[in-house]
Design a protein. Structure first.
Lengths: 146, 150
């Protein structure tokens, strides 16, 4: 199980690949982001985005799941205070395969609570062409090794 | 926020409310954030949260959905978003909480070309006790009204 003490600044954690279908894009959008360019490939408005594109919230949610499966579920994660910045850089389209990785920027044990600390991450999502589609700067709280 | 030129810094909008049931919390988290405090009410008791709480990604997605449902952002004026800043999860969201969201226009940044602009909005989400559970500054690209026309 990964604890705060098992992260090293500069380390890169590579997550699993995530192929994205039109069906998955539409299903997420219907529930959380019902804009025409996320929902309906035939809508006139969708032509302006060059076809169906995934909701940015969907891409963020997929990153969350990648991170859970890659290391978070087997860790001392105690949640996160927030996100400093999220940037959507390129559209994500049906048939794209998303590839996620997380870079450890800083590991900071808490001064007031010796049982925990904060890891500052830079998360990056790319497509199958190696283009970065999303970046997230995000601190996460972890327990320390007993 | 129907058209960029009708938006004023400082104006606020109520987005309405949404109930976070245990079923909705677990349903979202099983797909996207299956950490124990989001999916297992029993096991969650032993975590620092003392029970089931909603995934933060779920809270953001729902806040944005409430904003969309106001119709302020629509097929005619919405040109997407480059991202958001300063997202803060301030309080856990628990089963049975009814969240209410609101937005305040912080800043308008017209593009050089003049056909669009970025609206910086602070979204705030409150629970039924009036506690702020979540805030974020979103950036929306909004089409401008062609000059001299309505």
């Amino acid at each position: 199980m990964r604890s705060l003490d098992d992260f090293t600044a500069g380390e890169t954690i590579v997550h699993g690949d995530w192929p994205l279908t039109a069906e998955a894009i539409v299903a997420f959008a219907a529930e959380y982001d019902p804009q025409p360019f996320h929902l309906d490939a035939a809508a006139p408005r969708t032509a302006l985005t060059g076809g169906l594109v995934a909701s940015g919230w969907h891409v963020a949610a997929i990153f969350m799941r990648m991170m859970c499966d890659s290391f978070l579920l087997d860790s001392t994660c105690m949640g996160s205070p927030g996100v400093d910045r999220l940037q959507w850089l390129k559209p994500v389209r049906p048939g794209d395969t998303l590839v996620g990785r997380t870079i450890v920027v800083e590991v900071r044990p808490s001064r007031s609570r010796p049982d925990r600390g904060i890891v500052r991450f830079r998360h990056e999502m790319a497509n199958q062409h190696g283009e970065t589609v999303m970046t997230i700067d995000n601190p996460i709280l972890f327990g320390r090794r007993p | 926020v129907s058209a960029y030129d009708a938006i004023a810094v400082g104006e606020t909008h109520d987005f309405g409310s949404y109930e976070f049931t245990a079923e909705r919390i677990v349903g979202f988290a099983r797909r996207f954030d299956p950490q124990v405090f989001h999916v297992d009410a029993e096991a969650a008791k032993a975590t620092p949260y003392g029970g089931l709480i909603a995934s933060g990604i779920h809270t953001i997605a729902l806040t944005f959905r409430l904003f969309l449902m106001t119709g302020a952002l629509n097929a005619e004026n919405s040109l997407g978003s480059p991202g958001f800043d300063e997202l803060k999860w301030l309080k856990p969201v628990r089963p049975g909480d009814t969240l209410r969201a609101a937005g305040e226009v912080l800043e308008l940044r017209p593009s050089k070309a003049g056909d669009r602009g970025i609206v910086r909005l602070r979204y705030s989400t409150y629970n039924q006790k009036g506690e702020t559970v979540f805030t974020v500054i979103g950036n929306q690209i909004v089409r401008r009204r062609p000059s001299g026309k309505e």
